[in-house]
Design a protein around this ligand. Structure first.
Ligand code: UT7
Length: 333
């Protein structure tokens, strides 16, 4: 038996965000907030919100995925597994990944959804990587997508200013030794689940007139608790991921952090002693797109030509669960 694991890398990326923009000034008209508060506390200036009722998470996934396939120079029939990381699937079942598999025409592919909140993309990468490393599959599509606007309470100023809709996709394939994913770290603390959750709509509290009236199908968050958790785990996870592959913070060329709050991103950047131009930031334009935030930030930075072959790229995220994850890649392509 061949026990040699294969190296796995990202060979194509894509993204989609809805065309409709919601600015801080727009939000000032619907809740008691201000552009100044939102900018100074979060760094967010505007976000995207899918206004077309016909658009759902799967539609954003397909657009992002097709772009990633084109970028990788492959066709959908070559994909063997579709993983969609999301907390806002089109339906509770079937899986959004199956809808995407069908619409893409990925006839040979298995498909499933994975839920790890804003850490979902990193969890998806870790899972997809295993299938390729072990030789089970050669081509895996990992998509991070969320349409949080559909589960937002637009009367709750503490959450409605934060989130945006979007999807990001990557194609994973074997890459030469020394390149691709060098390490991945995942973690969870279910005890903190109460800090960020959607109370109704699951088996514990199925939809009823009361749950709708009380807006229990929307995001409930204790922002400050999540903030403190985020700063702590981003630091721990990045250091662990670097240690696991024998690198140190001096080796990092690019940081692609989850885009929740500029203050959290800055804390991670300072810990790594990186200059601002070595950190991907797009939360000012998109807000927090949950599991889409890292693949979209990565895609945009690549298209700007800021990441080169051989660069050490560090991904790190945190999210509902609570969960966290980090990965170190030596860029291939
Ligand atoms: O991807 C994971 C998802 N979640 C997150 O990443 C969230 C992480 N947390 C955060 O980013 C920050 O905690 C927030 C941006 C959510 C809040 O910032 P904060 O500095 O932790 O503020 P706070 O929650 O302690 O609230 C401070 C004040 C409160 O008023 P009082 O009680 O001091 O009078 C809030 O009611 O700010 C008030 N506030 C607002 N004021 C104007 C909360 N939201 C708003 C708002 N506009 N939109």
């Amino acid at each position: 038996m061949n026990t040699q694991l294969r190296q796995v890398g990202i060979v194509g990326t894509g993204m989609h965000v809805p065309p409709e923009t919601v600015t801080n000034a727009d939000l000032e008209k619907i809740v008691d907030t201000s552009d100044e508060w939102i900018r100074t506390r979060t760094g967010i200036r505007e976000r995207r919100r899918a206004m077309d009722p016909e658009m759902a998470t799967s539609h954003m996934c397909v657009l992002a995925a097709q772009q990633a396939l084109d970028d990788a120079g492959i066709v959908a029939e070559e994909v063997e597994l579709v993983i969609v990381a999301t907390v806002t699937p089109d339906y509770l079942f079937p899986a959004t990944a199956c809808l995407v598999q069908d619409r893409l025409g990925a006839r040979r592919a298995a498909a499933f959804d994975l839920e790890a909140g804003c850490t979902g993309f990193i969890y998806g990468m870790a899972v997809g990587r295993q299938f390729i490393a072990t030789g089970t599959y050669d081509t895996v599509l990992v998509i991070g997508a969320d349409m949080l606007s559909r589960v937002t309470n637009w009367e709750d100023r503490s959450t409605c200013v934060l989130f945006g809709d979007g999807a990001g996709a990557v194609v994973l394939r074997p890459v030469p030794e020394g390149y691709g994913v060098l390490s991945m770290v995942l973690g969870s603390d279910g005890g903190g689940g109460k800090h960020l959750f959607q109370p109704a709509g699951g088996s514990l509290m199925p939809a009823s007139r009361e749950t709708v009236d009380k807006k229990l199908h929307t995001i409930h968050m204790s922002g400050n608790d999540v903030f403190k958790f985020a700063v702590r785990v981003m630091d721990n996870a990045t250091m662990q991921a670097l240690e696991q592959c024998g690198l140190s913070k001096e080796d990092v060329d690019f940081l692609v952090p989850h885009q929740a709050n500029l203050r959290i991103v800055d804390a991670a950047r300072k810990r790594l002693e990186l200059p601002s131009d070595k950190v991907c930031v797009n939360l000012d334009r998109y807000g927090n797109m949950s599991s889409a935030s890292i693949p979209v930030a990565l895609h945009e930075t690549l298209k700007e030509g800021r990441i080169h072959k051989g660069d050490v790229v560090l991904l790190v995220a945190f999210g509902t669960g609570l969960t966290w994850g980090a990965g170190v890649l030596k860029w291939w392509k």
